[in-house]
Write a protein that binds this ligand. Structure first.
Ligand code: NAD
Ligand code: IPM
Ligand code: MN
Length: 356
């Protein structure tokens, strides 16, 4: 099959991790006789430097005219003081919104061989950690009206969080459908003891739960969820939540697997075209050092093959290659434990390619 992939390397470690994912995609294409063409576009801080805007029109157009988008990461301290309207993160949010990518899947699973890299006690890890966060991606406080104004010589800032029933229902449905392919349990996370948006969220989720009697269902408040994720993560299968709660909880969930560098994500809307990116950021503290973990990005590419291109075997082959490399004891610095073999970012990419 021929597929056209729009690629955004972005900032910080973005270019380093994307290079490794492209190597792996090329190896998979070779093995299974596909042809992937890559359209490299600028977005994020690097686009501000070149064009004065984080998302040039041509870059957005390239995201809307392709079979899927692969993204490294955007942002960094260099652009923290630019006008909020054009900051790097704004590009990412605009692409998500314009592509209509309302459901963001972020799996957090502990690889057996990486149990020692988890900061949790071995007896907690041994119970099994395999959860999937379904994060609403184009609503809530991220996209509500916001302003900063001066009142009585004092600045006052406002960010509005809003959700409508249909926005909640469509992502809820993704969660229930996905649970049917997993362990048939959904935990819906909200703050219904305080927020109206959460009370509406809960109402819609309960309606959906009745439609899916084969899926067991639990409501959980977000603060308790943050605690339960470290106390007893094996209780979770699919966790569905609104945009900002999902952002925060997915970084927490990533760390119990050993490192944020391991976690991929898919973002999808109505059709098959999606965006795929690791959940971490541009990691300015390690950028340019060739020590970042490329596995989250490589597994994001694997998710693209499975969810957007219907290439199940190809996707599985990449996952198997990652597993094989970890099983043989190869580690990047973030997941390194004593007695293992430490690899650079590019050497990890090469090793994974060698298993394909
Ligand atoms: P971050 O995720 O970039 O980094 C947090 C910590 O995790 C750092 O210590 C970093 O070195 C480490 N880390 C992250 N990815 C890693 C990897 N692949 N391998 C090894 N270690 C890794 O979060 P931050 O520092 O809060 O954010 C930095 C910038 O990235 C900010 O500008 C933020 O807005 C942006 N950001 C972008 C995205 C994205 O493009 N999708 C996501 C999150 C943050
Ligand atoms: C993520 C990031 C983004 C988010 C930022 C960079 C806008 O943290 O993808 O998790 O908050 O969604
Ligand atoms: Mn985040």
């Amino acid at each position: 099959m021929n597929k056209r992939i729009t690629v955004i390397k972005g900032d910080g470690i973005g270019p380093e991790i994307i290079d490794e994912a492209i190597k792996v995609l090329d190896a998979a294409a070779d093995k299974y006789h596909h042809h992937f063409t890559y359209n490299y576009i600028d977005a994020g801080g690097c686009a501000i430097d070149k064009f004065g805007t984080s998302l040039p029109d041509a870059s957005l157009a390239a995201c809307l005219d392709c079979d899927s988008v692969l993204l490294g990461a955007v942002g960094g301290p260099k652009w923290d003081q630019v006008d909020p309207a054009i900051r790097p993160e704004k590009a990412l949010l605009k692409i998500r919104k314009e592509m209509g990518l309302f459901s963001n899947l972020r799996p957090a699973k502990v690889f057996d061989v990486l149990a020692a890299a988890s900061p949790l006690k071995p007896e907690i890890v041994a119970q099994g950690i395999d959860l999937l966060i379904v994060r609403e991606l184009i609503g809530g406080v991220y996209f509500g009206e916001r302003e900063t104004k001066e009142i009585n010589n004092e600045l006052k800032a406002t960010d509005i969080m809003s959700y409508s029933e249909h926005e909640i229902e469509r992502v809820g449905r993704v969660a229930f459908e996905t649970a049917r392919k997993r362990r048939h349990h959904v935990t819906s996370v909200d703050k219904a003891n305080v927020l109206d948006t959460s009370r509406l969220w809960r109402k819609v989720m309960h309606r959906l739960a009745e439609e899916y009697p084969d899926v067991t269902y639990t409501d959980m408040l977000v603060d308790n969820t943050a605690m339960q994720l470290v106390k007893n993560p094996s209780q979770f299968d699919v966790v569905v939540t609104e945009n900002m709660f999902g952002d925060i909880l997915s970084d927490e969930a990533s760390m119990i697997t050993g490192s944020i560098g391991l976690i991929p994500s898919s973002s999808l809307g109505v059709g098959s075209r999606g965006m795929y990116e690791p959940i971490h950021g541009s990691a300015p503290d390690i950028a340019g050092m060739n020590i970042a973990n490329p596995i989250g990005t490589i597994l994001s590419a694997a998710m693209m093959l499975k969810y957007s291109f219907e290439m199940e075997a190809e996707s599985q082959a990449i996952e198997d290659a990652v597993n094989a490399v970890l099983n043989e004891g190869y580690r990047t610095a973030d997941i390194y434990t004593e007695g293992k073999i430490k690899l650079t970012c590019s050497a990890m990419g090469d090793k994974i390619v060698s298993k394909l």
